[in-house]
Ligand binder design. Structure first.
Ligand SMILES: [Mn+2]
Length: 366
């Protein structure tokens, strides 16, 4: 127990408290030194998910609470907030990427590479300071200060640590945003990444007013009927390849742009479908090929536990985590499936027989 003045919070504006090896403290000191009317630009990755938007908007609202008057947030085109996130507090911080000017301070959220920030990478690169808040193991390190923690379940957790260091109290709006990030990336607290720190933060956020049932209903348990029909098509054409992935099995399917058009659905409704494919207990790996905006394919990979799909995605030019990853591809759908299969079972060298003793952790290189 501490007593007296020693219990006071360290002042974020006091650089003496910024340990040179503690990026969170360094980031807090940097923010603390900034004029409150300085332009701040927050950015998250293209096609933002709940963690990208939640961590960015929650942090932006926190900066506002600190008195920053020129906080803007954005994400690359297509600049359209997916329907499930339109209830989020802080949407008034958003500006189209074309209106994003070079700030005094830039921050990026949940983006594992500058490419993922699209046209917003340029103003961030021009900014005197660019703080990178992320949790992807594939993040190579960029920006002027890297707050990348691959052990963190969500970027929302990294954002919460920095808000704590800045002395920001979580109000209902901030808590709702961060909770959306936390619950998105832990799959509603079901994934391995659900650490004691995750539950401790979730408890604080619910205590501050984040509504768990409403958030779960909007994020996980709501679909237009057309999306259910689309899901039926995707499941109906799925294929199970028991021999793939060293005999651990692959279940794969795809959606075409005309499928979206037929059911009058936006592309983001496909995001959750790969996790439904992943429930097939006779396949360790699930793969879903989805249309991307520019005529390319966005490929989602999931593992039930025995396969490192993160390294598969990295080898194919993407990124992600061991059990959930993705990449972007060109060509036709069969070609994309062939590329994934080749990475799961490299054609060169001896192929181990199925069931001969567990996962082949072959050198799937990055
Ligand atoms: Mn994330």
């Amino acid at each position: 127990m501490t007593t007296g003045a020693a219990a006071a919070h360290p002042r974020a504006s006091d650089p003496d408290h910024a340990g040179a090896d503690d990026p969170v403290a360094m980031a807090a000191a940097l923010i603390g030194r900034l004029d409150r009317d300085a332009a701040v630009l927050l950015a998250c990755h293209v096609n933002p998910d709940g963690d990208a938007l939640g961590s960015m908007l929650g942090f932006g609202l926190g900066l506002r609470r600190l008195g920053f008057s020129r906080v803007r947030a954005s994400f690359p085109e297509p600049f359209d907030v997916p329907e499930p996130f339109r209830f989020l507090p802080g949407l008034d911080l958003l500006v189209p990427p074309a209106d994003a000017e070079t700030p005094a301070l830039g921050l990026s959220f949940d983006a594992a590479s500058p490419t993922r920030l699209g046209e917003l990478a340029a103003p961030l690169q021009r900014a005197p300071s660019w703080l990178v808040l992320d949790h992807h193991a594939s993040n190579p390190g960029f920006g002027t200060l890297s707050l990348v923690d691959p052990t963190a379940a969500a970027t929302a957790l990294v954002a919460a640590r920095l808000l704590d260091r800045l002395g920001v109290d979580f109000d209902e709006a901030i808590a709702t945003c961060l909770y959306v990030g936390l619950t998105t990336d832990t799959g509603s607290f079901r994934f391995d990444s659900t650490t004691p720190e995750v539950h401790a933060l979730a408890a604080r956020l619910v205590g501050a007013g984040a509504p768990p049932a409403e958030i779960a209903l909007r994020l996980f348990d709501s679909r237009p009927y057309g999306a259910l029909r689309l899901l039926a098509d995707v499941l109906g054409r799925s294929e199970l390849s028991p021999a793939a992935a060293g005999g651990r099995g692959l279940v794969s399917s795809y959606a075409l742009p005309e499928d979206l058009a037929r059911h009058d659905q936006p592309a983001h409704v496909l995001e959750s479908f790969v996790d439904i494919l992943r429930t097939a207990s006779d396949a360790d790996v699930a793969c879903l090929v989805k249309p991307a905006s520019d005529g390319r394919w966005s490929v989602s990979l999931r593992s039930r536990g025995a396969t490192d799909v993160g390294s598969v995605a990295v080898a194919l030019g993407g990124g992600g985590h061991r059990l959930a990853a993705g990449f972007t591809a060109d060509g036709d759908v069969p070609g994309v499936f062939a590329a994934v299969r080749d990475r799961l079972d490299p054609p060169t060298g001896p192929t181990p027989a199925a069931g001969d003793g567990g996962p082949t952790s072959g050198p799937v290189q990055g």
